[in-house]
Design a protein around this ligand. Structure first.
Ligand SMILES: [Zn+2]
Length: 315
């Protein structure tokens, strides 16, 4: 057995994402291309940072972007966007030896020190076949990265070996330790755009949609009032808004968040970054409250509601 094969054998490649997380990539891709384009431009001007912090709600596109970025970083052919060479294809399939996903271990509260030690030990090594070695850390928030693990990881972030690249994923950048955050280039993903990836097959009954629409409308209104209060010097209002949204039922909550974000987007030509971030934040708050247990029926309702809302807002 060759040295390379022995080394490959030792790798414990984490299972690529669970079913569904990467499934909507074809629908998400056009909306998220802008992020990849920015990275491509940075690389062209040699401003490519070793570490990226990708922020956006989990399961709504950020994993897809991480995989595409990893493909671009490792591709021996220059890594143009959408390149379909053997290397890029292996990255997308989750079988490229230079690209590793670092998830929270099952039955553990956070990414543990052993996982980070493994990164630190192998980061200095040469790539097996690509131009770089890439680690994708899933959930870089302080609560998901143990203190010990964070400290160990910080050292490798401070002085990354020449071939090492890190892609950190987080729903809420504010929850990432400032020492880690400051060493990464941040890229925000639009959350509601990603919502377009929620498959809409059969639409639910119109009367159900109407109910959801009315309730979400009230929530959006209440959240808008809280935002104004917060901007007027009452930051506590935001906490209350988050709590209110977290307590709302699933379809209402998601619809309200998406609506909020669309409202932010309509303020100017650029997407309202603050709103996007707030939406991700609130969505995460909702998750914490265990209200995001999507049933397939609810997913359809949300999807239909979103279609309806988009038509309303563009009318
Ligand atoms: Zn390629």
């Amino acid at each position: 057995m060759s040295q390379l094969e022995t080394a490959l054998d030792k790798l414990t490649i984490a299972p690529w994402w669970e079913d569904g997380v990467l499934a909507d990539q074809e629908r998400l891709a056009p909306a998220l291309e802008g992020v990849l384009e920015r990275v491509e431009r940075a690389r062209g001007s040699a401003r490519m940072p070793a570490s990226l912090l990708l922020t956006g709600p989990r399961g709504l596109g950020r994993e897809w972007v991480a995989v595409e970025l990893a493909a671009m970083m490792t591709c021996p052919g220059g890594g143009a966007r959408g390149c379909d060479c053997g290397s890029c294809t292996r990255v997308r399939k989750g079988i490229h030896p230079d690209v590793r996903r670092v998830p929270k271990p099952e039955n553990r509260k956070h990414i543990v020190i052993e996982q980070v030690r493994e990164i630190v030990e192998s980061a200095a090594g040469h790539p097996y076949e690509g131009m770089a070695r890439v680690w994708i850390l899933e959930g870089a928030e302080a609560g998901n990265l143990g203190r010990e693990a964070a400290n160990a990881f910080l050292k490798v972030l401070e002085e990354p070996p020449p071939h090492a690249r890190f892609i950190l994923l987080a729903a809420n950048p504010e929850a990432v330790l400032p020492t880690i955050r400051s060493r990464c280039q941040q890229l925000h993903l639009p959350g509601s755009v990603a919502m377009a990836g929620v498959s809409s097959d059969a639409c639910a009954a119109p009367e159900l949609l109407a109910t959801v629409g009315a309730a979400a409308g009230e929530l959006v209104e209440a959240t808008a009032v809280s935002l104004e209060e917060a901007l007027g010097g009452e930051p506590l209002a935001l906490v209350l808004a988050a709590r209110r949204l977290a307590q709302a039922g699933e379809p209402y909550q998601v619809a309200a968040l998406a609506a909020l974000e669309l409202a932010g987007r309509n303020e100017g030509s650029e997407p309202g970054e603050g709103f996007v971030r707030l939406a991700a934040d609130l969505l995460e708050a909702g998750r914490a409250a265990r209200t995001l247990n999507l049933k397939s029926h609810d997913r359809r309702v949300i999807s239909c509601f979103m279609d309806w809302y988009r038509k309303e807002i563009s009318a």
